[in-house]
Design a protein around this ligand. Structure first.
Ligand SMILES: [Zn+2]
Length: 159
């Protein structure tokens, strides 16, 4: 699929579609500081991929739910204050999760299991504008846009 959409057009498309709120895509630390400007932190390839998957699968996709009182706050962008990142730093461990670069998300699709979603994505990989990675064998869907530079549209990894 030929894609020449600009980042500006993608942001407009994401915001007008209302497929995702920015609170779903970032942690509460970031949203409290940057509000709607937090869109700036989401990688262009991730914006495009999420739009394509959401439009193609045509069911609600849920990322974070902290803004609605839920317990998920680290499924989108993770800042240095987020527990998963701060623990790594405290332990002097390297942490280059795609979540920290606005390049990855964890999500669920309404009415589908994680394996069903992963196989849907595989069957519809022609919709993908950029190579992605999917985490194998987890009961949520982790999708990121780290490019393994091997020519494959989907690479699988174990977390
Ligand atoms: Zn945070």
């Amino acid at each position: 699929m030929q894609t020449t959409i600009t980042r500006q057009q993608l942001l407009a498309q994401m915001q007008t579609s209302r497929y995702f709120t920015i609170q779903e895509l970032v942690c509460s630390h970031v949203y409290q500081r940057f509000g709607n400007q937090s869109w700036q932190f989401i990688h262009t390839h991730l914006l495009h991929t999420l739009f394509q998957v959401r439009q193609g699968i045509n069911k609600p996709i849920h990322i974070n739910n902290w803004a609605r009182g839920g317990s998920f706050s680290q499924r989108g962008l993770r800042c240095n204050l987020c527990q998963l990142a701060s623990t790594k730093s405290a332990n002097k461990q390297l942490y280059l999760s795609s979540h920290c670069l606005g390049a990855g998300v964890d999500f669920d699709v309404k009415g589908m299991s994680a394996p069903q979603v992963r196989s849907w994505i595989k069957q519809h990989q022609h919709l993908l504008p950029h190579p992605i990675r999917l985490e194998s064998d987890v009961n949520w869907v982790h999708l990121d846009v780290y490019d393994m530079l091997n020519g494959k549209m989907i690479n699988y990894f174990k977390g």
